[in-house]
Design a protein. Sequence first.
Length: 420
Amino acid sequence: MPAINAATMVRVSRNQVRRSTGVSGVGQDDSGCTILHVDMDAFFALVELRSRPELRGKPVIVGGGGNRGVVLSATYEARAMGVHSAMPMSRARRLAPTAVILPPHHSDYSEVSASIMALFTSVTPIVEPLSLDEAFLDISGSLRSMGSPRLIAESIRARVNDEQGITCSVGVASTKFVAKLASTRAKPDGLMVVPADEVLAFLHPLPVNCLWGVGERTEEQLTRLGLRTVGDIAHTPLATLRRALGNASGSHLHELSWGRDPRSVTAHVPDRSIGAEQTFAEDLEDVAAINAHLLGLSDQVGSRLRASGRVARTVHLKVRFSDFNTITRSKTLRESTDVTQEIYEVIRQLFAALGASRARVRLVGVRVDGLSETQGAAQQMMLGEPEHGRRDAELAVDQLRARFGPGVVRPGRLIDPAAE
């Protein structure tokens, strides 16, 4: 496979003096590359450093305090020491004993995220957010007024830095899949353009685990077949891939290995599920206490459902024990619901069915999916329930919380008498 021509795919930074990587100069062909993937660099950590500039250049970790917490984000200095997101904080401390650990400030992240998304929509109305800190942009309608894809990407990077004081990396390509790969390889604080006629030269040398859908198990299966690069997959007969991985997975990887991704950028993708989790400061064994936490999580999920104007058909319970063994259980309802009490009743039954009365529980979670719009959804009255029942009461509670704050009304079982 021929090597990538540095003149046609360039990774550039706004500060080449500071960064040893990258290629100076611009000369790549970005025609037809109308999809951008913009991803903030170490988002939570860099937002925190805006108010702590003395920590720049040092290993910094953002996450929950104590050994029970997990890493939410880490600067690249901490990542070089082996720290990564979702790692237990106890392990992060061992790997990076000199790192500064900061508590998260979620309201700050939401505020910065809203500003960033507003910036994106000022460039193009076709923005598909993936999370607080990344999004796909279709800039095909912005070329006439804003210039080439590369110039638009550079403008976005400069504006994010100037307006928010953080950095981002951008991948520019003709498909979503390649654009996301490019932004990952451009990190941190970089820009990579993959011209349409250089896609295969870019893709084929990459390891198989860069393909969407290749986790540890699939990677092991591919390795047993002697397939270690994307190019290996591309040149393997489709029938062989289907036999080894199944029809759907084999076909999916075959298409991606040839750079084929027909998906367009969608301006708005509704959440496919709504959920909430809680990790306990200490393992819990008391069933009543666990059920109280499950009620609180059900209350969060129900409130978010009603706020989104949707109802859910399937309810999921997640339980992680002290040994980190994690199990999930679910139940599909006869009628969709957005009522907290109905969600909690299913969750309570699922937990009781586990028979975990003496088990030490580390984490619990509540999630719902099978979402549909509330308007037009069938609403079945519960036996013995008055015409204006639980849902009306919960809607009234939602209005009170919106006006006076989330803690103004809580289920009675969640009130700690000692705290009152």
